[in-house]
Design a binder for this molecule. Structure first.
Ligand code: ZN
Length: 209
């Protein structure tokens, strides 16, 4: 018998196995076949009991920074804060982050590329880690002060990739997270994927203060 689980906030779940999960509405998850929602830190998973053990059938995204998390600039068209050019596409999200803040992978995947650009190199991304999520998308984590992973490394959601910083084309320290399709050019707004886990993490951080 399917049953409903109240999640309490919209968490975007990524199915990693059949059967796909159903969301009757933003706050409810339809569970079938011995499925349970489990939270470990900031990551939610749905586990299926398979007799001898359980198997993960869906995972949420992970937060890219420790909570509380503040967005400085959303994805979309804006006046470029460095060049002053109007109508430039800001192809990712800027999160407030003091230099040295741990940066986490929002997804599982593989480190596709590491750019060690350094300060003032003229390369816009600065020190940058790019994670291939294995689902057709590359996730860029830009302007890092330090990179702590290597190309080819397997990554779990929530794994530390490095420390935030202000390398590359920036007007100050922050973390820029960008999603590009694996073919290279199309960018996506990360906010719909991350909003649920960020709101949940901020709620918990607020509750602890
Ligand atoms: Zn940015």
């Amino acid at each position: 018998m399917p049953h409903l689980v109240e999640i309490g906030w919209p968490i975007y779940m990524r199915p990693v196995a059949d059967p796909p999960l159903e969301f009757p509405n933003r706050d409810q998850l339809m569970l079938r076949d011995n499925l349970t929602v489990v939270r470990v830190g900031a990551i939610y998973t749905v586990e299926r009991d398979e007799g001898g053990g359980s198997r993960t059938v869906a995972t949420s995204y992970a937060v890219p920074l420790p909570a509380p998390i503040k967005v400085n600039s959303r994805y979309g068209y804006r006046t470029d804060p460095v060049t002053g050019k109007k109508g430039a596409l800001h192809a990712g999200i800027d999160f407030a982050a003091r230099t040295g803040t741990p940066v986490f992978s929002c997804t599982r995947g593989t480190v596709y590329r590491v750019d060690q650009a350094g300060v003032g190199s003229g390369v816009n991304n600065g020190n940058c880690v790019i994670v291939n999520d294995g689902e057709g998308k590359l996730w860029y984590y830009m302007h890092l002060s330090r990179v702590l992973v290597r190309k080819g490394e397997a990554i779990r959601p929530g794994a530390q990739l490095g420390l935030s910083g202000a390398t590359g084309k920036v007007s100050g320290p922050h973390l820029h997270v960008q999603i590009v399709d694996a073919n290279g050019q199309k960018s996506y707004d990360p906010w719909p994927l991350l909003a649920g886990v960020i709101e949940a993490a901020n709620r918990r951080a607020g509750a602890q203060v």
